[in-house]
Design a protein around this ligand. Structure first.
Ligand SMILES: [Zn+2]
Ligand SMILES: [Zn+2]
Length: 269
């Protein structure tokens, strides 16, 4: 049983192809389940599309849902198409986001922290000229937000939980293990899964999110895991799925999950 819950397409402004091209790539890859999960609109903004190269317009949200549901019906029996979304996590707007997602039959929402203190986690300049202790504070703050996101009840999956290393590989060397452990405990207690996201190779850091050491601790706390390629081109759908599966088994995981109608479905590894 092969699945991929994390895919994008042209609507966000920085991915290639339409939804159907990702579904067809999934069929070619031998997936039984593909989740469509483009970036959420900025629901908290007064503008319809404040950042056209980053996220879809608010006015396109309904079109997005309708198109996924139409394709779900079209491909029934060939591949299970799930309605998902990769949602930004802004604590101050969480109730607004919750109400937007409750309007439609989402199978799952991926909660991703893409900004902390108003700055993108992928902005490499944010680390310049920071003292060691400030770097530790920034990392702790990131994991506090992740832990908080787990407890909102809005998300079934948490996206790329160490993606701050994407353009700043030294992030992994900043010691904040207790903050990571606290987040993992909150995640385990909230029955949300973390994804193994294979898109690190598209950034400076290479490899996957999260690191093996975080995965080992996640297993210790009983955190559920899932898979997401985070494909922004159709050819990356299902990318390195077999390698991730083998690694998870080596670490000691026995199952992973995907979500349908917000319910976890366990798949043996
Ligand atoms: Zn993206
Ligand atoms: Zn993301």
């Amino acid at each position: 049983m092969k699945f991929d819950l994390h895919t994008h397409h042209f609507r966000c402004g920085h991915a290639d192809g339409d939804i159907e091209s990702y579904i067809q790539a999934g069929i070619k890859e031998g997936l039984q389940v593909i989740g469509i999960s483009d970036h959420s609109p900025y629901f908290g903004s007064e503008l319809d599309q404040p950042q056209p190269g980053i996220a879809m317009a608010k006015s396109d949200f309904t079109n997005y849902v309708d198109e996924v549901l139409r394709l779900k019906a079209k491909y029934e029996g060939k591949i299970d198409v799930l309605l998902g979304m990769e949602s930004d996590f802004y604590p101050e707007y969480i109730e607004l986001y919750r109400s937007m997602y409750e309007m439609y039959p989402f199978d799952y929402i991926i909660g991703s922290v893409h900004q902390t203190r108003g700055v993108s986690i992928f902005n490499r300049n944010r680390w310049k000229k920071l003292s060691e202790s400030t770097k530790i504070d920034e990392k702790r703050h990131y994991y506090e937000l992740i832990g908080h996101s787990a407890r909102t009840g809005v998300f079934q999956v948490l996206g790329h939980i160490d993606a701050m290393k994407g353009y700043y590989p030294a992030f992994s060397d900043i010691v904040a293990d207790d903050a990571i452990d606290s987040a993992l405990e909150l995640i385990a207690g909230s029955s949300v899964a973390i994804e193994i996201n294979t898109s690190g190779k598209t950034k400076d850091v290479g490899g996957w999110y999260p690191s093996d050491s975080i995965l080992e601790r996640a297993l210790h706390y009983g955190v559920q895991v899932t898979f997401g390629s985070d494909a922004h081109i159709p050819s990356r759908v299902g990318d390195e799925w077999e390698l991730v599966r083998a690694r998870l088994r080596e670490i000691g995981f026995e199952q992973w999950v995907y979500y349908k109608q917000k319910k976890p479905i366990a798949v043996p590894l």
